[in-house]
Design a binder for this molecule. Structure first.
Ligand code: FES
Length: 105
């Protein structure tokens, strides 16, 4: 392994994991996550920050909320549950606020 050459200043991970109806770990992530991901990415793109502030689909974050989805923020380590598209503006604001200053654009 070797260090990645391209790193974001901050990264939002949106769980889009779908579970089978028979799975005892029922989760809303598969139903809600894709719309949250699309809205968050569109908002970051509208701000012209996609190159430095990444929005990424991810699998299970271990939170598995029954409604909404789970979202994690790096590097702050915050995680949210029961998130939906109404929360995207607040999450993107946190994404942009928590970015460390690495002296990059
Ligand atoms: S399925 Fe989304 S956190 Fe577990």
């Amino acid at each position: 392994m070797r260090p990645a050459r391209v790193l974001p200043q901050a990264q939002l991970f949106v769980c889009t994991n779908s579970r089978a109806a028979s799975d005892p770990l029922t989760s809303g992530c598969g139903a809600t996550g894709p719309a949250v991901f699309d809205a968050a990415r569109a908002l970051v793109n509208a701000q012209g920050r996609l190159r430095t502030h990444w929005v990424t689909r991810t699998g299970c974050l271990g939170q598995c909320p029954r409604t909404g989805c789970a979202v994690a923020l790096w590097p702050s380590g915050e995680q949210w549950i029961e998130a939906d598209t109404n929360d995207v503006a607040a999450m993107v604001a946190r994404l942009c606020l928590t970015a460390p200053n690495r002296g990059e654009p």
